[in-house]
Design a protein around this ligand. Structure first.
Ligand SMILES: Nc1ncnc2c1ncn2[C@@H]1O[C@H](COP(=O)(O)OP(=O)(O)OP(=O)(O)O)[C@@H](O)[C@H]1O
Ligand SMILES: [Mg+2]
Length: 168
């Protein structure tokens, strides 16, 4: 599923959470979990902060623009990038997701523009009835070097949990 969103190399780490798609508390939970998880993996503070902001926008969008009972949120780390993603249960948007350009007095339409600014790359795709969005931030060379000297078995972690989200 998520491997068909952003093209990625082998994962050195991943985790995921099922959150309520109807409670605004999910935004805070996702923010806390993503930041804690990324920092626990040694991701630099600024990158973890940006991933937290991106997650916040993705989860808020899923809550505000879909009628999902459950949201699936994930964190992944590859040799070069830290990645966050959110899958909702739809309905899907009627046109491809892209950053809007709100005028100064428009209150909404800034979330995806912010994601676009913070992420190295991001993508959205219809999955089942809903939409999966994923964003990656490139990791600094120091982190990559640290990863490349860790146990090579780390890179063989299968994408558990994600397969269960494939559309029926
Ligand atoms: N998961 C989603 N499912 C369906 N539509 C979405 C989803 N995420 C975003 N959209 C659509 O894309 C538009 C742009 O999203 P964006 O986050 O930039 O702005 P917003 O949510 O309208 O306002 P803001 O994020 O500034 O509060 C939304 O108005 C909505 O129509
Ligand atoms: Mg938004």
């Amino acid at each position: 599923m998520t491997d068909r969103l952003l093209q990625k190399g082998p994962l050195s780490f991943q985790d995921h959470w099922n959150l309520s798609g109807t409670s605004p508390h999910s935004v805070r939970t996702a923010r806390v979990e993503i930041y804690r998880t990324m920092r626990a993996q040694g991701v630099p503070e600024e990158t973890a902060e940006d991933l937290r902001t991106i997650t916040s926008e993705f989860v808020t969008n899923a809550i505000n623009h879909t009628v999902s009972r459950v949201l699936f949120v994930w964190a992944q780390i590859t040799q070069t990038e830290a990645v966050v993603g959110v899958l909702d249960r739809g309905p899907r948007p009627n046109k491809p997701l892209k950053p809007l350009h709100p005028t100064i007095d428009q209150e909404f339409g800034r979330g995806l523009a912010l994601v676009d600014q913070l992420a190295t790359r991001w993508a959205a795709r219809g999955i089942g009835r809903g939409t999966a969005v994923e964003a990656a931030i490139r990791l600094p060379r120091s982190y990559q070097e640290q990863l490349s000297t860790s146990d090579p078995a780390l890179f063989l972690v299968p994408p558990q949990g994600l397969t269960s989200q494939r559309p029926e």
